[in-house]
Structure formats: C-alpha cells, structure tokens
Design a protein around this ligand. Structure first.
Ligand code: PAF
Length: 283
C-alpha cells in the first residue's frame, strides 16, 4: 500500500479516530524532512513495534531564531516521500504554516529550566518552539510511542519531561545516533558542509571519543578535568567555534562532578556557517 500524504488536521484526526476504534497501536516519528539514515532508523523501529506508523514532515518556524537557518533549511518533499513510501509508512502528515499556526495563534508550551541551558543558551527560543509543535503533533496523532533520536539529547529529555508533566499518553523511545563511515553524526544540515568543513566537522566526534577514552582509562576522573581536556583538544582547530562541551546525567540532565552514573558528553560547535551538535554516552 502506498503511503498516504495528509495535509489537513481534520482529515488526519478522522483517520486516527478509526485506528483507535480498532485498538491498533500508532508509532509516530516527527521530523523536519530531508530524511537521512537516522530518521529511517526511527521509522524502521516504529514499523517493527506498531500496527500503524505516521511520519510528520514540517519545518517548524517557531523553533528557529531570527538569525538562524530557517530559510535555507534543506527541503525536498519528493525525495522524502520516496524514502517514506519504500519503508511502507502508512501516513505522512505534511501540514503548512497556515494550518499549524493560523493567524491569531497564541499558545506556547515551555519546559522551564531545561530550556535555557546548553542549546537553550545559544538558541533562547528554540525549545519553546519544539515543545509547542510537538505538543500539537501529539494531540493530533495520539501515538502509542513517539520515536526520537539521541543526537538531539536535550530535545529528547525536554520532550520526555513535557509528556510526563502534561500527562500525554504516549511512550517515548530514544534511538541511537547513526553516523557516517567517518564518524560524523548524521544531520540534515550536513549537506551544507563543504569538503574542508566536512573534514573539520569530524573533529566533533573525535573530541567526544577523546573524552570517552579518558573516562575509560580513569573512571574517577572529575568531569571538569575531562571537559578541559576536550576543550584543549578542539581549540587547536581555529575554524571550529565551540558553543559548549558539557556533561549531563541521562536521568535528570543535571551536572555531575564525577561520572558515577550514565551521562551524556555533549558538544555544539559552528563549522564554517553550519552549526552542529553531537554527543556520546559515558558510564
Ligand atoms: O528534531 C526535529 O527534527 C524537530 O525538532 C522536531 C522534533 C521534528 C520538532 O520540529
């Protein structure tokens, strides 16, 4: 069966109603399109674990700051549709701005505290946009499970918190980062890296790996020491402008003096004019 593209909220809601009546499970993969193997891994997991899979493609304007890359964010509906159809996705939700944010739209969802640190420090309105659009998408699609990628670890944490705090009736599964053959974490933004910047971008993952090696050599290393070593390594590349390198617990996303529990080692940096993020799990 071909994937059905749905552009209107009311049509999709009708379909969801009948799916719910037949007690079928719904897997939902929210995306901004320009799909890569990372997205496809989420879709495959959803196909495996649910009766019905819904993918959304929507480049959400409210999660981009005024000077960010909303206008040049890569978009290619035809290419994305072919990929989604090959994976036998049941429905593709593909709304436009007038539908998602009609004139007069005025409600926003914010997850306090976690939205102002790390990514939030450099992109102050980003998470407000993410939580708002995902809350809307969850209300429309009512999934049993929503699939998110670990590459956006802070986003996944914040969305999990939002679902708990607002009593959304859906589970969240965070799927591992998919990397290319040289270790670069897949991202739709990677297409904007030129050859030289691509080589430089590989240093993000190398920095995280260095951090992991230090931890594996000495489990009681302080977080400060580990982060300093990572900073010192990456600062050799003057064309990479690091926003942050940080360590946060997986459970609570808080700072820890030593790695006594599972935590993310996270990095965000600008390479050329492309901003990239990556992380690795320690502990
Ligand atoms: O991770 C993304 O692609 C976006 O932030 C999401 C979750 C689809 C919301 O627009």
């Amino acid at each position: 069966m071909k994937t059905k593209t749905i552009k209107s909220i009311s049509s999709l809601k009708k379909i969801i109603k009948t799916i719910k009546l037949s007690n079928k499970s719904i897997g939902f993969v929210p995306t901004m399109g320009y799909l890569h193997e990372g997205h496809l891994s989420l879709i495959r997991a959803s196909k495996k674990e649910n009766d019905i899979t819904i993918v959304s493609i929507y480049v959400n304007p409210t999660q981009f700051g005024a000077n960010e890359d909303f206008n040049i964010y890569p978009r290619d509906y035809k290419r994305d549709y072919l990929l989604i159809n090959q994976l036998n996705v049941n429905y593709l939700f593909y709304p436009n701005n007038e539908i998602m944010y009609p004139i007069g739209y005025s409600t926003f969802v914010d997850v306090d505290n976690y939205n102002k640190i790390l990514e939030g420090e450099f992109r102050p309105t980003h998470f407000r946009g993410v939580t708002t659009i995902v809350a809307k998408l969850l209300n429309i699609t009512q999934p049993t499970i929503m699939y998110l990628g670990q590459k956006d670890a802070q986003q996944a944490f914040i969305l999990t918190k939002m679902c708990q705090d607002l009593n959304f009736d859906c589970k969240i599964k965070i799927m591992p980062i998919i990397r290319d053959e040289n270790g670069l974490a897949l991202s739709s933004r990677n297409v904007r890296l030129n050859k030289d910047d691509y080589q430089l971008a590989l240093q993000l993952n190398k920095t995280l790996k260095l951090g992991k090696e230090l931890f594996l050599k000495n489990h009681s290393i302080t977080t400060d020491k580990l982060l300093n070593a990572c900073q010192n390594y990456i600062k050799k590349f003057d064309k990479i402008s690091v926003d942050y390198i940080a360590c946060r617990s997986v459970k609570k996303f808080d700072e820890i003096p030593k790695i006594t529990e599972k935590c993310y080692l996270l990095i965000a940096a600008k390479v050329g004019n492309v901003r990239l993020i990556d992380n690795i799990i320690l502990g």
